[in-house]
Design a protein around this ligand. Structure first.
Ligand code: SAM
Ligand code: DTB
Ligand code: SF4
Length: 328
């Protein structure tokens, strides 16, 4: 077990420094649980209102039929998951969903399309959606697979705030979960998004059979991006029937809280989102994650194809914990 007293002083000196090694990150994971959460919470308070949580609502604007083989995904056409390929959602329906999200208190709408990569012909469609959502005063996020810098610039000029593209796991484990594209492709898209001047939302997925070393490796890449992503979603696997990961057991919730705490220590100024998987988590597990530094959630009863807590349940949890939704 690493000694917290020796790590303490160095921690404050090296936040956001961009040259974290895997060994140093593993040392943080190895701290005693109390020491790790205390340090993460202190860093959290230094940079954020510890009782404020940002609410993003997800909307799947193009569901299913994706050619990629991501082993966790309900929307891959390679697995029989019961999710059928649908046509892109009409602009008016997206506006109605955005109005509902806003009325419920969300500050950002994340629009997802199950594509390997964005095609130029789909840009006007997405620009129309971004325009509708912006008009309501919501922040906009799109996740639609790989993009070029030119495409990212087009989206920026359409009013897009964030582009989401996750690195998902460590370089060593990536090929065990996805074979149809590589982590290098994902990093190239993140570079394009950053170069276009968009805000970057990038995180990963845990509970997919990876080791702690893989979780550290994922955070190592994210923390060493310069600048660091503004938003870091930590998804816990929602096992989907028909996918290769359907029988994966849930990751220990204390290890989830550790992962959130380490993300907070490495990326003090980023939103760390307690993302997919909350429906299967207790109030206590979520409370620990908020204490560890999570300050964003997906809000609304559906993620993309799977469930999420009802809005009323989240409100009740916020009331019990004295948390408030962040206003944009
Ligand atoms: N096609 C786009 C892409 O791959 O970037 C956007 C949608 S994809 C569903 C976005 C992210 O959702 C994935 O990178 C993964 O981290 C997360 N995700 C997908 N399926 C999940 C599942 N069953 N459980 C938890 N997270 C999941
Ligand atoms: C992210 O990191 N998680 C979201 C969003 N970005 C697109 C997706 C979660 C998907 C959960 C499984 C589903 O509902 O299909
Ligand atoms: Fe799912 Fe995105 Fe992978 Fe397609 S690229 S299978 S939508 S995670």
């Amino acid at each position: 077990m690493t000694d917290a007293a020796t790590l303490g002083p160095s921690l404050s000196a090296c936040q956001s420094r961009g040259d974290w090694s895997r060994g140093e990150i593993l040392d943080l994971f190895a701290l005693s649980f109390n020491d790790l959460l205390f340090q993460a919470h202190q860093v959290h308070r230094r940079h954020w209102d510890a009782n404020s949580v940002q609410l993003s609502t997800l909307l799947s604007v193009k569901t299913g039929g994706c050619g990629e083989d991501c082993g966790y995904c309900a929307q891959s056409a390679r697995y029989r998951t019961g999710v059928e390929a649908e046509k892109p959602m009409a602009r008016a329906a997206v506006r109605a969903a955005a109005e509902k999200a806003k009325a419920a208190g969300a500050s950002r709408l994340c629009m997802s399309a199950a594509w390997r990569q964005l095609k130029d012909r789909d840009l006007p469609y997405l620009a129309g959606l971004i325009e509708e959502v912006k008009k309501l005063g919501l922040e906009t996020c799109v996740t639609a697979g790989m993009v070029t810098k030119g495409q990212a610039e087009f989206l920026r000029d359409s009013g897009l705030d964030y582009y989401n593209h996750n690195i998902d796991t460590s370089p060593e484990y990536y090929g065990r979960i996805i074979t149809t594209h590589g982590l290098g492709d994902r990093l190239a898209t993140l570079n394009a998004v950053r170069a276009a001047g968009l805000k970057v939302c990038s995180g990963g997925i845990i509970g997919i059979g990876e080791s702690r070393g893989d979780r550290a490796g994922m955070l190592e890449i994210l923390a060493n991006l310069a600048p660091q992503p503004e938003s870091v979603p930590i998804n816990s696997l929602v096992p989907v029937r028909g996918t290769p990961l359907e029988d994966e057991p849930p990751l220990d919730r204390l290890e989830l809280a550790r992962t959130i705490a380490v993300a907070r220590l490495l990326m003090p100024r980023s939103y760390v989102r307690l993302s997919a998987g909350r429906l299967a988590m207790s109030d206590e597990a979520q409370a620990l994650c908020f204490f560890a530094g999570a300050n964003s959630i997906f809000y609304g009863e559906k993620l993309l194809t799977t469930g999420n807590p009802e809005r009323g349940e989240d409100q009740a949890l916020f009331d019990k914990l004295g948390l408030q939704a962040e206003t944009p």
